[in-house]
Design a protein around this ligand. Structure first.
Ligand SMILES: Nc1ncnc2c1ncn2[C@@H]1O[C@H](COP(=O)(O)OP(=O)(O)OP(=O)(O)O)[C@@H](O)[C@H]1O
Ligand SMILES: [Mg+2]
Length: 1037
């Protein structure tokens, strides 16, 4: 706030009190006057609206029951041209607290002057996403409709709330805001925005509303608020435009009225400490600016509570403590200014009599006291290029003081709005306002008539006039014009067009504003323009304007401040600026699709339940509600350009879906025929289709809604297919990649294995080449391997038994070791074997060993004998004659066997028994020991190499007892000879001869046995006197 230079400010006070607030946001949106059309919304974009169906049904049935009172929509009135019927319907509904009624899509709202239970969250839910006609009329239905239109058609909306002062405009606008705050989707950021949007109200009302005779909370400024929504439909920002604040109220209030609420709130609610800092007392009566209306307390207002609300709201909006303090300093300084008193000198100069006030002011405003005093008592004039300070008289000084107060307050208000706008501004850069959809909310001060109406009333009423003009333009006129243009048969409806009044005010050169501007020096004299009758009831300084809402006398005196010669310029600027800002506002509104709320005030006494018919009839008349109804009844509820209509609903008809190729009108015609529209339900114009009843459109909307589901399903399934395919492709790619990668790994592994294998083979081959060289790097591997593999092979194939002679062939380097091993192994096996055999078997083997030593590879029938076990004896005690046994006494007999003895002369065969004793072999015949051969005299034993059983004992002849060599034969020759060899210890004296055996017959005579091989054993004396033995050939040889 630029308050640092109060002198400068003073100058400006005298000169011009400009209104920064007039700066409008320019919009380049297209003006569309053709929008009586129900801003019917076209989709249930949030059909999840109703929380619980049960509650909804319950509420609905209860409400519809009550709603049977009268008609919900004036269009349904039997006699739609009758004003009486119209008022009667209003009355019936009002009595039942049914304050809302439609005229088509326009909402007529009666101020109930009491709290009704129709603004709960459940009510909001009930209206969310539901078509207009489905539920009883409500401000929420209008809000929801605008919201849905914005979302589905992406068109900016505005809700125009009109009605005279106290009719409930501000309340209605708050309800709309609350509805959006509660029902729109939100995240954390949006929640802050919502809070700030909501909290901007109490702040602006504290500074911009006041109690008037018409309304205890009358808006003394115009407000247009844009709520910005992002593409998801969440409120993301806001912007407020304010219009001409009624600043005169700061310094003067009519009887029964108050200054702006904030002054009383501050005095009533502020903590003692704060009041002390501001130099204020807790008593409104102390302040000149608060006593004029003589109405410090109002029963309907609790200033103390409101103070708390405002303080809280300020901090939610984002005001810092310092900013709040600064703000209150200024509010307090206005009160102090009001208490500045002047004294007059005879010279006409004035002086300030209240020093304390100046002290406070200097501190609160941060200016120099002396300069301030001078500024409050002087004015600056420029004479011949020189600036001079000229003193003001008492009256002029008081006026200057008030002008300063108004200026300070006005600028503070503008600053406040700007601060709020800063806090509501959407801050995310990515979000350009182009993407934002907007719903504008217009709550302007209502039309008002007072005893004394000043410039500000003029502006307020002019503003209302303009809004009415807009309403007429958009509803009555343009609608009918459109029917004409579209070639629709139409019976024109007569209505009063207030354009003439607007022109009267704003026309160039001729308009009231122009006149005010162009006659600066004197009071503009409208008086003489009046007719004689009017002139009588009007003062000379008055003029009367027949507004659409009634006649108002304006006092030009109030327009002009005679004591301030520069004020004219102010007025001029103010009026022109106001005019321009209104023109801009109209532009903004025209660029949006409007929804209307027409507020009606039931009585002037602010009383609940009182239905003042005269007052109401008056409002019904000037609001043009009857004409509105007539146009609505005769006209069409809904119209859309062919392309828009076709675009939206083409999916409902197979012929137009997905695209229509022919002329648009044919497409629409085909479409509506397919939808079953009856001829009276619609008309086809030149460029648009006109639909008479909302229900027709709603039915179409419902069909679209159903269709959307199936389209959505189709889309979903295509999308699902697509995304699944995508997913599959991705997975496939991934699988391929994994596979490739894995294959790579495998291949690398394989390659590595091969490389290693090749290396191994190479090393092997090299090793093989060098295998005969001494151990060197080239062959060490090979050698080691050969060794290793030999040892492993050996390990696997060690002989299991002593008889198994197999043994792997060792590599040259291991020949010695192998041999050692083999021996060790054999030894081990033998040792093991030996450990495990029985003594008998050992004995047997020893004998077999001996047999082997003697006969192996020497005698033909030896191999056959190997497998036959030797027996201990072949003849037992009972086989031998007891006499023999007796003869032999207790000599131990080691072996006995039957033999055949051949005579040495005739080679006669005789059966004998051979008994082996400890030191001699005994030949026995029956009971007679025939011959005893001492082992010592046994020189040797001869056998043939053939398979026969012949053997000859060579006995030493020195012994006379001996009868020479003995020729014997038996089947067990191997066993018998072995036993003899062992017993006689003659192992080395066994002769195995081939061909013939010679033997001693006695005294130098020699016998010969000839051996030949033959087919069978044959022993006989040959012609040559030799004993001829033919031995059978055995297979083994
Ligand atoms: N829907 C409502 N329910 C209950 N009370 C209401 C309703 N609408 C209005 N009122 C009462 O009427 C009073 C005046 O309403 P409001 O301030 O909205 O009028 P206005 O049209 O904004 O008047 P002005 O043009 O003077 O600003 C409110 O303070 C409130 O007491
Ligand atoms: Mg208001």
């Amino acid at each position: 706030m630029d308050l640092s230079n109060i002198t400068d400010l003073m100058r400006k006070t005298q000169a011009s009190i400009d209104e920064k607030g007039f700066l409008f946001k320019s919009t380049d949106a297209v003006v569309n006057p053709l929008s009586l059309s129900l801003s019917l919304s076209l989709s249930h974009s949030h059909s999840q609206a109703v929380g619980s169906d049960g509650i909804r049904v319950m509420m609905e049935s209860a409400l519809t029951a009550r709603d049977r009172v009268g008609v919900q929509d004036f269009v349904l009135l039997e006699n739609h041209t009758s004003e009486v019927a119209f008022i009667e319907n209003l009355r019936k509904r009002f009595k039942e607290n049914l304050i809302y009624t439609y005229i088509g899509s326009v909402l007529v709202s009666m101020n109930p002057y009491k709290e009704l239970e129709i603004y709960t969250k459940q009510h909001m839910e009930r209206y969310r996403g539901v078509n207009f006609y489905e539920v009883s009329p409500h401000i929420y239905a209008v809000a929801d409709n605008a919201y849905r239109s914005m979302r589905t058609e992406r068109r900016d909306q505005c809700i125009l709330i009109s009605g005279e002062s106290g009719a409930g405009k501000t309340e209605a606008s708050k309800k709309v805001l609350q509805y959006y705050a509660i029902t729109c989707p939100a995240n954390e950021h949006v929640q802050t925005v919502k809070d700030r949007l909501l909290q901007s109200n109490p702040v602006l009302e504290a500074f911009g509303n006041a109690k008037t005779l018409r309304n205890d909370n009358s808006s003394r400024f115009g407000k247009y608020m844009d709520i910005q929504f992002d593409f998801k439909g969440a409120p993301v920002g806001g912007h407020i435009l304010n219009y001409l604040l009624e600043k005169s109220r700061v310094v003067h209030q009519s009887h029964g009225e108050r200054n702006f609420h904030i002054f009383y709130q501050l005095i009533e609610g502020a903590e003692d400490d704060l009041l002390r800092r501001l130099g204020l007392e807790r008593n409104a009566q102390q302040y000149q600016y608060l006593v004029k209306g003589n109405c410090p307390k109002v029963s309907s207002i609790n200033d103390r509570n409101d103070w708390k609300t405002v303080r809280k709201a300020l901090s939610i909006i984002g005001f810092t403590e310092d900013e709040v303090e600064e703000l209150l300093n200024i509010i307090a300084s206005v009160l102090h200014l009001g208490n500045v008193q002047y004294g007059g000198e005879d010279s006409g100069c004035s002086y300030i009599t209240t020093e304390t006030q100046i002290k406070y002011l200097a501190r609160l405003l941060g200016v120099d006291g002396t300069v301030l005093k001078e500024a409050l008592t002087h004015k600056k004039i420029t004479a011949k290029g020189e600036e001079l300070m000229s003193p003001l008289n008492q009256e002029q000084a008081a006026s200057a003081r008030d002008a300063l107060s108004k200026a300070i307050y006005g600028r503070t208000f503008t600053w406040l709005v700007n601060k709020i706008n800063d806090s509501l501004a959407f801050k995310e850069e990515s979000f350009s306002s182009k993407n934002a959809s907007v719903i504008g909310l217009l709550d302007i001060y209502g039309f008002e008539v007072f005893q004394n109406n000043s410039f500000e009333q003029f502006c307020i009423n002019y503003c209302n006039e303009k809004l009415q003009q807009l309403f007429i333009e958009l509803t009555l006129k343009s609608e009918q014009d459109e029917y004409e243009a579209e070639g629709i048969t139409w019976e024109p409806v007569q209505y009063f067009n207030n354009k003439i009044i607007c022109d009267l005010v704003e026309e160039k050169f001729k308009g009231i504003i122009s006149i005010l501007v162009s006659i600066p020096q004197h009071s503009p004299s409208f008086h003489k323009l009046a007719d004689g009758k009017t002139r009588k009831v009007m003062g000379r300084e008055e003029f009367r304007l027949s507004h659409y809402a009634g006649e108002v006398n304006y006092n030009v005196n109030g327009f002009l401040d005679k004591n301030n010669d520069l004020l004219f310029r102010n007025l001029k600027e103010a009026a022109t600026q106001f005019k321009n800002s209104l023109a801009k506002l109209m532009e903004i509104l025209m660029s949006k699709e409007p929804s209307y709320v027409r507020c009606i005030k039931p009585n002037d006494a602010k009383q609940a339940g009182r239905f003042d018919e005269v007052l109401i009839r008056h409002q019904v008349k000037y609001l043009g509600l009857m004409e509105n109804l007539r146009v609505r009844r005769a006209g069409f509820a809904y119209r859309r350009r062919y392309e828009t209509f076709l675009q939206r609903y083409k999916s409902l008809c197979p012929d137009t879906w997905p695209n229509w190729d022919g002329r648009l009108v044919d497409g629409v015609s085909t479409l509506v025929k397919h939808l079953g529209y009856k001829p009276e339900e619609y008309k086809l114009g030149r460029t648009k289709i006109f639909i008479r009843f909302p229900k027709t459109l709603f039915a179409t909307e419902d069909a679209l809604e159903v269709r959307k589901h199936s389209l959505a399903t189709q889309l979903q399934s295509s999308w699902k297919g697509y995304s699944q395919k995508n997913k599959y492709q991705k997975m496939r790619q991934a699988a391929i990649r994994v596979q490739a990668w894995w294959r790579g790994i495998l291949a690398r592994r394989e390659a590595k294995r091969r490389r290693e294998a090749a290396n191994t083979i190479r090393r092997f081959i090299k090793g093989f080449i060098y295998r005969h060289q001494p151990r060197c790097p080239e062959n060490e591997y090979f050698l080691d391997y050969v060794r290793y593999s030999f040892l492993m092979k050996l390990h696997r194939s060690l002989p299991k038994t002593v008889l198994d002679k197999s043994w792997p062939t060792p590599p040259p380097a291991l020949v010695e070791a192998s041999e050692q091993l083999r021996k060790l192994c054999m030894q081990n096996m033998v040792w093991k074997y030996c450990k495990s055999i029985s003594p008998e078997w050992k004995h047997q083997l020893e004998q077999k060993m001996v047999a082997s030593e003697i006969f192996k590879d020497k005698k033909d029938n030896y191999p056959q004998s190997v497998s036959k076990l030797f027996v201990n004896t072949r003849l037992n005690g009972e086989d031998i004659n007891p006499k023999v046994l007796q003869t032999l006494g207790n000599e131990k007999m080691k072996y006995a066997v039957s033999i055949t003895k051949y005579d040495r002369k005739g080679y006669k065969a005789r059966n004998r028994q051979l008994l082996l004793m400890a030191d001699s072999a005994v030949i026995v015949e029956e009971a007679k020991v025939k011959q005893r051969i001492d082992y010592n005299s046994l020189k040797g034993i001869s056998v043939s190499s053939l398979s026969d059983g012949m053997f000859v004992f060579h006995v030493a002849c020195e012994d006379n007892k001996q009868k020479g060599d003995v020729v014997l034969q038996n089947e067990h020759v191997i066993e018998t000879i072995t036993k003899v060899a062992i017993c006689a210890d003659k192992i080395n004296s066994i002769n195995i001869t081939q061909g013939s055996i010679k033997f001693d017959v006695a005294q130098g005579k020699e016998g010969i046995i000839d051996f030949t091989s033959g087919s069978e054993l044959l022993i006989a004396k040959a012609k040559n006197g030799h004993l001829s033995v033919t031995a059978p050939r055995l297979n083994s040889r």
